[in-house]
Design a protein around this ligand. Structure first.
Ligand code: ASP
Ligand code: MG
Length: 404
C-alpha cells in the first residue's frame, strides 16, 4: 500500500454535508492506500477567531495562536468521527500530537521538524490519520500557527517527511487557472505547471496555494495536484519543469491589491543611503518588494519608490519618519490604492518581446506604469488600483490565454 496525503481546504469542509462528501472521497482512496488527511477549519471560522482577537485587542502571541488554530480541532474531530461510523480505522490528531515542531514566530511559524517515526507508529494501527493543518508546537510547548492559508504547508511538509507518493490539495475549484475567473470568465484551467511558475503565481497574488507550501514542494520535488472536492475533473499538476513537454511563454496573469507604494523624495544621492534605508525596514521585518530609484534634476538628491504589503505600510512610514535625521529626505508619501499585475511563464526565459507586449497592452488601455520588477520567468508592474480588472482582462487577451 502506498501512502497518500490529501488536504481539504475550508470551503471543502465548510458544513456537515461537505465533510460527509470529504468522507466519501477519503473512503474511496482508503481502499487503495494509507492516508494522512490534513484539514483546514470550516471556511470563515479562522476569520471569526481573528475578529474575537481584535475585539479584545489582544496582543498576546501565545493566546492568539491558540485561538486562531481552534477551528481545525472541530473539522478534524468531525471527519474522524464520521469515518469511524463508516468503519474506517481513523485517528484524529492535532499538530502537537505528532509533534510538528516549529520555531517561535507566532502567527508565521516555520516548521523545524516532524517526527516521522511517530507517524509510522500511528499508521501501523490506523488506516487514516486525520490531522489538523495550520498548526504546530514550539520548543516551549506552546501552539503556533503557520500563517493564514498555512494548512497547505502542513500537507506538503508531512508528505515530504514521510515520502508520500502523492500530495493532493482539494479545494472548491478544479485546479489553477490562467487568471482569476471572477475577473475573466474565459480563464482556462491549466493542466500542468512548473514549481517555479506556481511559486511566482502564489507570491504575486494567486490565492490557490500557500506560497511556502510551493517552496517546500519544489525543494523536495514533491508533485502536487490541485483538485476539486466537488467535480470529478482532473486537477492541475505542479511538478518539475523537466517533466513539462511544452513550456508556455506566458502561463498566467496574477494580481495583488495588497500593495502599498511609498515614495521618498529629496534623499541624498550618495553611497550607503539605500543600505541604510532598506536596512531600517528589514530590522522591522518589513517586506519590501518593488524598488525604483531616480536621480532628481539637481543630480544631488534622488527619489526612491518602493512597495510593501498594505498591513506594513504604517509601520514603514513611522520607521522612516522617525529616522528622517539620518536619512535626510525632504518628503514621504504613501499610497494604498495601487495594485501589482504580473505575467508569469517558464517559456519567457528563452523568448523576447514578452515585456514589450505587456507594456504596449497597458499603454493601449491608457494605464500608467508606476514601477516594474522582473525575474527570469515573471514581469510585474505596479498600477493604479482602479485599473486592476481592465489590466488583467487585456493582458489575458493579449497573451492569448482564453479558452479557444
Ligand atoms: N484555517 C486557516 C486559515 O484560514 C488555515 C488554512 O485554511 O489553510 O488561514
Ligand atoms: Mg487555502
Amino acid at each position: 500500500m502506498n501512502l497518500i496525503v490529501m488536504k481539504f481546504g475550508g470551503t471543502s469542509v465548510g458544513s456537515i454535508d461537505k465533510i460527509k462528501n470529504v468522507a466519501d472521497i477519503v473512503i474511496k482512496e482508503a481502499k487503495l492506500n494509507k492516508l494522512i488527511v490534513v484539514l483546514s477549519a470550516m471556511s470563515g471560522v479562522t476569520n471569526e477567531m481573528q475578529k474575537y482577537i481584535d475585539d479584545v485587542s489582544s496582543d498576546e502571541k501565545i493566546e492568539n495562536d491558540l485561538i486562531l488554530t481552534s477551528g481545525e480541532s472541530v473539522t478534524v474531530g468531525l471527519l474522524s468521527a464520521i469515518l469511524k461510523k463508516r468503519d474506517i480505522k481513523s485517528i484524529p490528531l492535532l499538530g502537537w500530537q505528532i509533534p510538528i515542531v516549529t520555531d517561535n514566530n507566532y502567527q508565521k511559524a516555520k516548521i523545524l521538524n516532524i517526527d516521522k517515526e511517530r507517524i509510522n507508529e500511528f499508521l501501523k494501527n490506523f488506516d487514516v490519520i486525520v490531522l489538523a493543518g495550520f498548526q504546530g508546537i514550539n520548543q516551549e510547548g506552546h501552539i503556533t500557527s503557520l500563517g493564514r492559508g498555512g494548512s497547505d504547508t502542513t500537507a506538503v511538509a508531512i508528505a515530504s517527511a514521510v515520502d508520500a507518493k502523492r500530495c493532493d490539495i482539494y479545494t472548491d475549484v478544479d485546479g489553477v487557472y490562467t487568471t482569476d475567473p471572477n475577473i475573466v470568465p474565459e480563464a482556462k484551467q491549466i493542466p500542468k505547471l512548473a514549481f517555479e511558475e506556481m511559486l511566482e503565481m502564489s507570491s504575486t497574488g494567486a490565492k490557490v496555494l500557500h506560497t511556502r507550501s510551493v517552496e517546500l514542494a519544489m525543494k523536495n520535488n514533491l508533485v502536487l495536484q490541485v483538485i476539486s472536492s466537488i467535480s470529478k475533473k482532473p486537477g492541475t499538476l505542479i511538478l518539475d519543469d523537466k517533466k513539462l513537454i511544452e513550456k508556455e511563454i506566458v502561463s498566467g496573469v496574477s494580481y495583488s491589491k495588497n500593495e502599498s507604494k511609498i515614495t521618498i523624495s529629496g534623499i541624498p544621492d550618495r553611497p550607503g543611503i539605500s543600505a541604510l534605508l532598506f536596512g531600517l525596514l528589514a530590522d522591522q521585518n518589513i517586506n519590501v518588494d518593488m524598488i525604483v530609484q531616480n536621480i532628481s534634476q539637481d543630480g544631488i538628491t534622488a527619489n526612491i519608490t518602493f512597495t510593501v504589503p498594505n498591513d506594513e505600510v504604517n509601520l514603514a512610514n513611522n520607521v522612516l519618519k522617525t529616522n528622517i535625521n539620518k536619512l535626510d529626505f525632504s518628503s514621504i508619501k504613501t499610497d494604498k490604492k495601487v495594485s501589482k499585475i504580473s505575467v508569469i511563464g517558464m517559456g519567457m526565459m528563452s523568448q523576447s518581446g514578452v515585456a514589450k507586449k505587456m507594456f504596449k497592452t497597458l499603454a493601449d488601455n491608457s494605464i500608467n506604469i508606476l514601477a516594474i520588477s522582473t525575474s527570469e520567468i515573471k514581469i510585474s508592474v505596479l498600477i493604479d488600483e482602479k485599473y486592476t480588472n481592465i489590466a488583467v482582462k487585456s493582458l489575458h487577451e493579449a497573451y492569448n490565454l482564453k479558452v479557444k
